[in-house]
Structure formats: C-alpha cells, structure tokens
Design a protein around this ligand. Sequence first.
Ligand code: GUN
Length: 285
Amino acid sequence: MTAQIIDGKALAAQIRSEVSGRTAALKARGVAPALSIILVGEDPASQVYTRHKVNDSAETGLAATLERYPADMTEVALLARIRELNEDPAVHGILVQLPLPKHLDSQKVIETISPAKDVDGFHVASAGALMVGRPGFWPCTPHGCMKMLESIGYDLRGKNAVVIGRSNIVGKPMAMMLLAKNATVTICHSGTKDLGSFTRNADVVVAAVGKRNILTADMVKPGAVVIDVGMNTNDEGKLCGDVDFAGVSKVAGWITPVPGGVGPMTRAMLLANTLEAAERSSPAH
Ligand code: GUN
C-alpha cells in the first residue's frame, strides 16, 4: 500500500484564501483585524518564525506589527506592554514568541495576555475552555492537524487515536480535540514502554515529540492516518519530521509530509485565530 499524502501546503493556501475573504468583509464593516507580535531577544529561529507570521498576515490583509525588544528587557516592562495591548481596542491578537530569555517567566507572561486576544491558545483559560468544550482559542498546531483530518473527511468516532508527545502546546490539546470528536485517545510520551504496542492498534497516530524516526513502518497499522508534527534536521541538514516517511508511507493509508504538512497549517491557523478574535470583538448585527 502507498499512503495518500495530506497536502498541508495546499490546504493552508485554501485557509488563507478564506481568511482573506472574511478579512475583507470585516474591513468593509470598519474593523481592521490586527495582530501584535512581541519578540524579546535575538533567537535566530524566532526571528525567522516571527518574520513568517508578519508576511503571512500581510498576504491575507491582516495588520501584523512586530515589536522587538532587547534580551535584557525586564519582566515588569514586558508585562506592562502586554497590558497596554490588552487595553488597545485596535489590537485583536497578541502573540509573545517563545522561547523567552531565561529570566522571564513564560507562563506568567502568557497569562498576562487577555484570553480574548490569546491567538496562540496558550493561556490557561484557553486550555481550560478547550478541555470543557467552551469557546476559546485553540493552539494552532493541533488545530491545524484537526483541519487536515477534516480535509480527508475522516470520521474519528470510535477510532483509536494515539498522540505521541504530551506538551501543553501540541500533545495535550491534540488529545482533547481528538476526544471531542469521539476518538478513543491514548497519550504516549518519553516514558512510555513499548510505544509500538500502542501505535500498532491506532487508526490515527499524531507524532509530536521532536525526535527523528520515532515512528517506523513496523509500528503502524496498515491503512492508518499518520500526522507528523516533528521538525527535526536529518544528517544532510534537511528538515524532517518524527516519522520515517519512506517506510511508513508504504503502510499507512494517509500521511502528512515534512516539509509541506503540519508546518504551513500551523501558520494558517494563527491567521484564522487572529481573524476570529477580530470578528468576536465586533459581532455582525
Ligand atoms: N515558538 C515556536 N512556536 C511558537 C508558537 O506557535 N507560538 C509562540 N508564541 N512561540 C512559538
């Protein structure tokens, strides 16, 4: 069997196009959706990511502002700036790029962002809302994974789903989203014994650990859907995921590639969340 590819790049383009249309409609009502991005320090990867976020926003008609601060910015100053943005009615989404310099308490910083503007979905109120099925912002990466499952018309009801990884940003929210769609969910992690004994029973596997080849062909049920959240580099220095793509794509029914899979979807979902924040701030009558 050769797995069908779930093309994240194409699906992300479709989502961006929908966001563009809704953004234009909102602007016609006098509301210009705006995202404020805060970058503290000089982390090279963070500089690339935030540049992408600004460019993606511009492409879809959202106004994104990147505020850059020195690595020695005090926590008091950062929290004060976030509170100003919370109060600013022209700002709909606030994103503080992670990781932050060590002297800053990331959780405290995130929890200073108003949940109504928490487009990353990292605030405890957002996590809680997801857990109990109330409206709130969902973290972009697992949300993008759900959109990919939706795009192939996959019905999760009664299916066995295994999430490998238990981070607050991907693994845990992913499990909650799958559960909300009535899958039977297992969360595996670095302490799991005999990972294959879980994944071999899974109809859906989401690999989100940040370790190359954590999932190999012998660990996958024929026909399963495999979603690869990993972002690693291989021996040639090229981007690769957590899944042994060459092997697993011979067994799985569906698979997401890296690059061109989950990554573009994460970026697209940030735009969707920002637009959603702006729409919620100004409901149509
Ligand atoms: N650093 C890496 N990914 C992310 C993300 O999705 N949001 C934020 N705020 N920081 C990140």
